[in-house]
Ligand binder design. Sequence first.
Ligand code: ADP
Length: 274
Amino acid sequence: MTTEISHIVKSEEPARYHKPPFYKPIHREVEVFEHAYKNKLPILLKGPTGTGKTRFVEFMADKLNQNVITVSCHEETSSTDLIGRYIIKGAETIWVDGPLTNAIKEGAILYLDEIAEARPDVVVAIHSLTDHRKELYIDKLGVTVKAHPDFMLVASFNPGYQKGFKELKPSTRQRFVAISFQYPSEKDETEILMAETGLAQDTAKKLVNIANKIRNLTELGLTETVSTRLLVDAALLINSGLPKRLSVKVAIVAPLTDDLEITQALTDLCDLMI
Ligand code: ADP
């Protein structure tokens, strides 16, 4: 399985044409990030999927005029994927830097999305970058690379209290400044939906009410509940003309469960609320 990497390069557009990514601050996370950046402290974003962690990193990178390299970690992501590897090109064997090495050399923000999913050697690889050393030892090359002063490490982690989620060791967590992400308040989430998709306020409110209702149905034992992302998807479908009930069914109910009875119960509930 290859590891997905994306590189968002800072905008070179003149400020008056530049449209920053939309992000609605929920608490004081912008301020915390700015101070962590100033003090070169790594940040851990904790919270369920779809609560705006990735969007927040994109927003902050734009605000700080930094490039961001994102690595979507999965169970096979290894330190080699991050640091780099030798590859064979024609008759030659050449070294190719991985995203972590690129980020520390160019001074970008490295965002390790879902760090707890990665192999344990990934955490070991970033140790020397999360303390005063701020350097990376590349054992295959026998060299130590000092991090560019603008380099910053950001990781995300879904604490998931249900089984099946991977935990992050306390000793690793203590290397980061941590910011918690939760589902936004009714008012904030309605505003996010409207700003993100252009959906009318009354429908946006109804979607948020559906989300909150389902989030409170803990007895259903859903592994993951309704995220803002699912609401955004439903809003986009509604806006493009798909009937509301069908939009809610395919964008909110169906992604949550495969259980036929729960699907039916949730569909009935949503049909009444939309
Ligand atoms: P995560 O990284 O936590 O899984 P994302 O950042 O991908 O979640 O968020 C999913 C979607 O939810 C975003 O694409 C955006 O549309 C929306 N979203 C969630 N929270 C916010 C927020 N505070 N401001 C703006 N958009 C948000």
